[in-house]
Design a protein around this ligand. Structure first.
Ligand SMILES: [Ca+2]
Ligand SMILES: [Ca+2]
Ligand SMILES: [Ca+2]
Length: 294
């Protein structure tokens, strides 16, 4: 657990019975890993929406869009493309290409009930309270499948595909693709231990960092990487280290220019500014928004 960290972030107390939402911003001790704590969120306690996006190419042109999800009212904003309301309180963004047509579909996952809703496509229940949504293309067939990681037992369950036990309650699911398939992978914040099923185990980073594995080198093999908000450090294992971003920034790595390599990006909710290293800066979104791209 990472409760000792202090960071600027978003705090939402959800009073479920009243459907009231009180949002405060500013410094407070909070977990920072973007996939932390759906259970707390489901119970109506302090909550940062997990970042559970599988992909971010909303128009299928090969490059990922800057995109935001506003958990307070379910607003999705896809830059230069569209805005839509889809989702509600206690729902987190779970975008991915669920129908395998090459475009990322807007989708949400309702914490606590494990209700999935994919815009214009489908609705279903998959999982149970306390599960982390980990949608992804686990078969390498272009289809993003609903999937959950259950920390209490270490169970990964991919809808209509498979069930695997890997990791446990100290672990967070890590987004990582290996040779075109979403890997079963975990990051343990307490020790910085990474485990990627069928590939590698190593120590890299720790409790002060986000896991931000990606394809920064443009190959089918991913790179394990971390982002440290305290000082904006990006460290890509075996590749590079540099400073880009700051304490109020959320990492938003994605392939913004469509060249096949992930780009280093950060989103600063306070000002709505996106900075993509060596590429561009843009204003899009605001406080209470989380990046909805990957
Ligand atoms: Ca695109
Ligand atoms: Ca699609
Ligand atoms: Ca790129």
């Amino acid at each position: 657990m990472i409760a000792s960290r202090t960071a600027t972030g978003i705090k939402a107390g959800i009073a479920v019975g009243l459907f009231s939402l009180c949002v405060a911003t500013g410094g407070f001790p909070q977990r920072l890993s973007p996939r932390d704590d759906p259970e707390a969120a489901a119970n109506g306690t302090t909550y940062i929406p997990p970042q559970t996006i599988d992909s971010g190419d909303y128009n299928g042109d090969g490059s990922d869009e800057m995109a935001i999800f506003r958990f307070s009212n379910g607003l999705w904003g896809i830059r230069n493309l569209t805005r839509a309301y889809f989702g509600a309180l206690e729902e987190v963004a779970a975008a991915g290409d669920y129908d395998a047509d090459g475009t990322t579909d807007i989708a949400v996952f309702r914490l606590g009930q494990s209700f999935w809703s994919v815009r214009n496509l489908t609705l279903f229940y998959f999982g149970t309270g306390g599960d982390y949504p980990v949608p992804g293309d686990y078969a390498g067939d272009g289809t993003c499948r609903a999937a959950i990681f259950r920390p209490s037992t270490g169970m990964w369950s991919v809808r209509d595909l498979t069930r695997v036990y890997f990791g446990g309650s100290d672990d967070r699911p890590a987004w990582l693709y290996l040779n075109g398939e979403r890997a079963i992978a975990t990051f343990r914040p307490a020790t910085g231990f990474w485990a990627v099923r069928g590939w590698t185990r190593c120590y890299f980073g720790g409790s002060e960092e986000y896991d931000v594995a990606g394809h920064y080198g443009g190959s089918a093999e991913p790179e394990i990487a971390i982002y440290r908000p305290a000082d904006g450090l990006w460290a890509v294992r075996g590749m590079t280290r540099f400073y880009f971003g700051g304490s109020s920034d959320r990492p938003a790595p994605a392939d913004y220019d469509g060249d096949g390599s992930d780009d280093f990006g950060v989103f600063r909710p306070e000002t709505g500014i996106w900075s993509i290293r060596s590429l561009t800066r843009a204003y899009f979104g605001s406080t209470n928004d989380v990046p909805a791209t990957r």
